[in-house]
Ligand binder design. Sequence first.
Ligand code: IPD
Ligand code: CA
Ligand code: CA
Length: 271
Amino acid sequence: MTDPLHTDLLDLAQEAARRAGALLRDGRPADLAVAATKSSPIDVVTEMDIAAEKLITGLIAEHRPDDGILGEEGAATEGTSGVRWVIDPLDGTVNYLYGLPTWAVSIAAEQDGETVVGVVTAPMRGETFHAVRGCGAWATGAWDGERRLACRPAPPLDQALVSTGFNYVHDVRAHQAEVAQRLIPLLRDIRRGGSAAVDLCDLAAGRLDGYYERGLHPWDLAAGDLIAREAGALTGGRPGERPSGDLALAGSPGVFEPLQRLLEDFGAWHD
Ligand code: IPD
Ligand code: CA
Ligand code: CA
């Protein structure tokens, strides 16, 4: 039976994601411009990233004022309830800026440091993904109602479709390109979708066999990692470690282990 707290957290996460997704989809200015840059000139923030985070944190504060919040655009409150929200108000900002459809709102709730709820909504795809720890992963689509997610049976690695992403910092991305160059001949192919949260949900939905990236932050990963695990995927970082900024990796059982070994051999976590 689902913990009633988790049900409440899921309801609030879904409502916040729905409202922020609608704001981003319907409120995108035709002349949307870069408002600021962060780790490098190509790491951009738009006014809409900031507006979406404000909407989400406002709603959470209204309903659960004692919770902690960590948001990419600056939200950082400690909280006293043992619950912390980890929010990427717009994952895939570069896609959003260019009018490409792969972007999402990602909201996770942690209880005592463990992610218990994850919601990722991708409005231009008409899809919302969610998971509650121990209760499976689910997708609601505009066309096919609600369905339970399961990652696809693992193919041999040389037939695996694996997604990745490239960091905004020049030297990191140059090294990532070298690693990808070594991996491509060993896989079916590589994808670069532009949203880590959507990549993890696509893995959960059986549309990818694996995903890896270096340089992610907790807000990129928190919700999608739970959704992927609840769909049967394995997730981690370097061997024996949890996903981290060094390396975040996810795959169907059978793809995860050999991919992790290759990434370790190729030194994917450092320059
Ligand atoms: C980015 C996306 C992208 C990944 C980057 C992230 P943002 O998040 O998830 O797919 O490759 O590492 O920073 O900046 O669009 O929120
Ligand atoms: Ca992100
Ligand atoms: Ca973001």
